[in-house]
Design a protein around this ligand. Sequence first.
Ligand code: HAM
Length: 420
Amino acid sequence: MSELRSPPGTFDVLPPESARWEALVATFARVVESAGYGLILTPTFEDIAVFKRVGESTDVVRKEMYDFEDKGGRHVALRPEVTASVARAYIQHRPALPWKTWYAGSNFRYERPQAGRYREFRQVGIEAFGTDDADVDVEVVALGWEFYKQLGINRIELQLNSLGDSTCRPGYRELLLAYLRERRDDLCDDHKARLEENPLRVLDCKKPACREVVNGAPLQIDHLCDDCSAHFERVKRGLGALGIAYTISPLLVRGLDYYTRTTFEYTGLALDSAQNGIGGGGRYDGLVGAMGGPETPAVGFALGVDRTLLAATAEDVTGPLDARPAVDVFVVDFAGGDAARDLTAELRKAGVRADRAFDGRSPKAQFKAADRSGARLALVVGPDEAAAGVVAIKDLQAGGDQSQVELGGVVEEVLRQLGK
Ligand code: HAM
């Protein structure tokens, strides 16, 4: 039998590397919960109809969906993103507005795997439902920015655009279409064939042929209606007031079709340009209505966990993502094992991360395991200590400094030495 391996485009995250994931999500939770966002959990798979609305003309829906018929004959899909699931949950439960949620979890897109592009990848994100106030756009963008700051990631460019709304987008779409029709022969093959379906996609196309044509195309930000224009101005003013630098990117249309007005992306400048989109989002005032719910404005973002960690590595950041040992204390017991059993239990109850060796290993092997664990302190119980009812405390990091305490006072002394 050939060796079993994880599927292409997926990967395992083992300890200690996994501690970075925990730290990232904990930091994200702290930042967004400080602004009143509450955790939402939704299923990892949904009826395929939930995801159709993110855009029939997008690669995500056309080519990348992990969809299948389940044993009950239902057509379901592994979620390619979370926004549509949150909108579905909103329509189903109708929580009071404004409704602010955050999430962390896996998404699935059948893409060609490469560094920074996976078939199962993780996102953290937030969604705010129920207000079209431009200040909530500012809040959302600023929370993503603050999160990166707290991780110590600084080399980020924030790209900002407005895609208009149902008042001004249709007119702009016609303008763009007229411009592109005249140049259809110069477009890449894909867009030559699919121009009428969604001309905005051309703006985003990475192929040199399309890029050339797009140079000189009419831009949505030059054709916003008064309301969209005022909204965009307020967003820009708000970001300015909070000291958040941004670049206006009139060609930013993003890969999903539900966006209206504000759209944005965080670009990791330390990453290779092919996969440097570390997060993005925007307003989607029409999605809930299009999914059969009441017209409800909304705005949010999702950040790629995998790419954010790649950016952190590329920038060599220090902060919450720094490696930390799995335990603080390691109990070395070569007097029968009772002390190891009882002391680790007591320490854990007191909130101290503690480990031990098993299998009655030799003192030498146990000290080696203590060193490997990264623990600050070793508690040592040999036959002499056991007979005297004491424990030796060895500081494994301060040159092996050693002291001795009565068995009954160990936990207190450990807490003191760890500064807890
Ligand atoms: P998205 O731009 O499709 O937006 O994905 C957000 C982030 O997920 C990307 O910037 C990227 O970092 C990461 N990502 C996407 N695909 C992959 C992949 N195959 N491998 C690794 N990372 C990936 C959304 O998903 C929207 N739901 C964002 C949103 C929330 N808009 C409004 N609310």
